[in-house]
Design a protein around this ligand. Structure first.
Ligand code: WTA
Length: 652
């Protein structure tokens, strides 16, 4: 258990407030009685295959029916064996077949204020054209396509176009560096990169294509680069024989390309995420199970109804954007708002302006954003009419009870249920969350598992522990949305998730379960830190620092931060005898270049040595204390203090 987690536990232990759903919400809810939930939960647990057979038949389109429901040969699962379906078909054509063709699928607003609405019919045309262009450019079923794009409709279109022809997308968040893009291209052996001439960010333009060009110098597998004109920047260098403009190849294609019937287990996407080691892992999800999980969890948790305008503020570069901007809501036929910009541009009321303008009914955002809004002040919220909202969601990290209260009162007008959704890139979709029509919520708790999720809390040996005290959170049964592997690294897949407790999925989080059966996530077991809801491995940042010629050693830990949840604190030893502000700045920029702006350390402390245990492990607990200012370590900038502290701690 981490020290920060310990702080959190202490805090939430005192949380006694309970917020039952408003009666008028319950009356119209998708799941509106405890009995209904109990029935779903028990059927999913006790008759797993029967339950999911019915769900899959009812909620996905099948070109050919499946046979066996779940072939579970731990840790390998195959769901809906032998069936043929297509995620793009489920998200688009199926809605059209069911009479929703003229409904808005995506309502988009760009950062400069430009807007566009795509109905399901229009989305289909765009996806078909893009899919046909991918084919023309030589992309076949099973090929990997990296997508490094701004939050434009074309990002979702590109994902769905890959899905339509059975190509595997690997979306790379458009804040990552050229190095990170190249690493991902190489690991996945991507054949194509889709990008744009640039990205609007807080009034400036980020030159995405320039970054991609740098990455492509080190990505030999990439044969083609498809470039969307977003900014209108014609100076973008285009390499002959490799680079093509979106408008040249996509626009001319036919707008009707039938979705390829694909085996249930066809890989749908890879999404790179941080683990305990320096190398990000490509989490693999497959077609049918993931799509079903995305759709059903969306419908259950967000209580989706026909007249909703749903807005998930995530970026498609993260799993939240995959599952709850694209595959879940579209499969459910929802109308989704998609926004390109930042919450504070041109002013700190941009989100609330959008909620008012588009009459958003369901808002799904992250605690780090909520904390920023609190800091910016209520006046930005007060300017707008938020009465269209009926449900609020939170994801990415635990939400502090005080931020929860502000969200509840200020944004929800004390009348919207809040769904605090716990899940991971690996789980594909939400695993634990209140069901807004029935669950009385406790601020800071993700409450209860969804149907199909069977959690347990264990110690290092796999033995059950007193759940109220807490321990490692595992999932005991396979579920349709579970990861199918780590791309190209079977050993890492088994080691990370399945070796600690045989037959159970190890989440990497600590959790406790209170006497009402409510779960409280207590932070990570491993060396993963959570900065503004984004996962980073401390070792990844350490490796980036050490790759600088003046750095000998680096130790990175998270420290509590009011806005980001965790900030990055780095302790580095350097060859420069008098390191100062200039080197500190240089190292920050170096990490930015290696990984991306999101990994830039907040604090860099120069040290003469990094404290280690005798077995050579960095003493992160000690460093976390120092970084958080919890340790009366005196002048911590010298070797002696660390080594003395380290020795003392070791001998305790
Ligand atoms: C953390 C994001 C507490 C957790 C969907 C998890 C949370 C990691 C919550 C996954 C929550 C996410 N309460 N902690 N509601 N949601 N986390 O893969 O540590 O980017 O393991 O997926 O974020 O992060 P990932």
């Amino acid at each position: 258990m981490t020290d920060t987690a310990a702080g959190q536990i202490d805090h939430v232990f005192h949380e006694r407030r309970l917020f039952p759903p408003p009666a008028e919400f319950t009356a119209k809810a998708v799941i509106r009685s405890q009995e209904q939930y109990d029935d779903l939960y028990q059927r999913a647990r006790d008759d797993r295959d029967g339950f999911w057979k019915q769900e899959a038949e009812q909620h996905l389109h099948w070109f050919e029916p499946f046979g066996e429901v779940c072939k579970w040969n731990a840790p390998h699962a195959e769901w809906f064996v032998g069936g043929k379906t297509n995620a793009s078909y489920n998200c688009i054509d199926r809605n059209i077949d069911q009479g929703r063709g003229d409904r808005a699928a995506i309502i988009w607003e760009g950062e400069p204020g430009d807007t566009r609405t795509l109905t399901y019919n229009e989305l289909k045309s765009e996806v078909c054209k893009c899919a046909a262009a991918l084919r023309e450019l030589g992309i076949q079923t099973g090929d990997v396509v990296s997508i490094y794009m701004p939050m434009t409709p074309e990002l979702a279109i590109a994902m769905l176009a890959c899905a339509r022809i059975g190509a595997i997308h690997s979306v790379i968040f458009a804040g990552f560096s050229a190095e990170s893009i190249a690493d991902r291209n190489n690991d996945a052996q991507a054949k194509m990169v889709i990008t744009s001439d640039g990205l609007h960010r807080r009034g400036k333009v980020l030159p995405l294509k320039v970054t991609v060009d740098e990455a492509l110098e080190k990505s030999p597998s990439v044969q083609t680069c498809l470039v969307l004109r977003r900014i209108g920047n014609d100076d973008v260098p285009m390499k002959d024989g490799r680079d093509v403009w979106w408008h040249d190849v996509v626009d001319k294609q036919s707008d009707d390309l039938p979705a390829e019937p694909l085996d249930s287990e066809t890989p749908l996407f890879i999404l790179y995420t941080s683990g305990s080691t320096g190398k990000p892992k490509g989490i693999l999800h497959s077609t049918a199970g993931y799509n079903l999980w995305a759709k059903r969890t969306f419908q259950w948790v967000f209580d989706h109804r026909d007249d909703d305008v749903y807005w998930c503020t995530a970026d498609c570069g993260w799993i939240t954007g995959h599952t709850y901007i694209v595959y879940g809501p579209l499969a459910a036929g929802a109308t989704c708002l998609m926004f390109e910009g930042a919450p504070n541009y041109p002013a700190e009321d941009r989100f609330w302006e959008l909620v008012e303008k588009y009459k958003v009914t369901i808002l799904y955002t992250a605690p780090t954003a909520i904390r920023a809004f609190i800091k910016w002040g209520d006046q930005h919220v007060d300017k707008h009419d938020l009465s269209s909202l009926r449900l609020l969601g939170s994801v990415g990290e635990g939400i502090n009870p005080e931020a929860w209260m502000w969200y509840h009162k200020k944004i929800g007008g004390s009348s919207c249920p809040i769904v605090d959704t716990w899940w991971q890139t690996e789980t594909g979709g939400i695993m634990m969350s209140p069901l807004p029509g029935i669950t009385a919520t406790k601020p800071g708790s993700c409450t209860q598992p969804l149907p199909g999720v069977v959690p347990s809390i264990v110690d290092e040996t796999g033995a059950s522990v007193d759940a109220e005290h807490g321990g490692m959170l595992c999932i005991d049964q396979p579920w349709p949305g579970m990861l199918r592997g780590v791309w190209g690294d079977e050993e890492r897949f088994v080691e990370t998730y399945w070796a600690t407790v045989k037959g159970k999925y190890l989440t990497g989080d600590n959790a406790r379960c209170d006497k009402d059966g409510y779960y409280w996530i207590m932070g990570r077991i491993d060396d993963v830190i959570n900065v503004s809801g984004h996962r980073l491995s401390t070792i990844e940042v350490e490796s980036a620092l050490v790759s600088h010629e003046l750095v000998c050693e680096a130790a990175v830990v998270g420290r509590p931060d009011d806005l980001k949840g965790q900030a990055i604190a780095a302790f580095v030893t350097v060859t420069d005898p008098n390191p100062g502000e200039e080197l500190r700045q240089e190292l920050r920029m170096h990490v930015r270049k290696q990984i991306g702006a999101l990994a830039q350390p907040d604090d860099i402390r120069f040290a003469a040595a990094v404290p280690k245990t005798r077995s050579g492990k960095i003493m992160r607990r000690l460093l976390r204390d120092i970084a958080a200012g919890r340790e009366a370590a005196g002048d911590t900038s010298t070797l002696e203090d660390y080594s003395v502290l380290a020795t003392l701690r070791e001998e305790e």
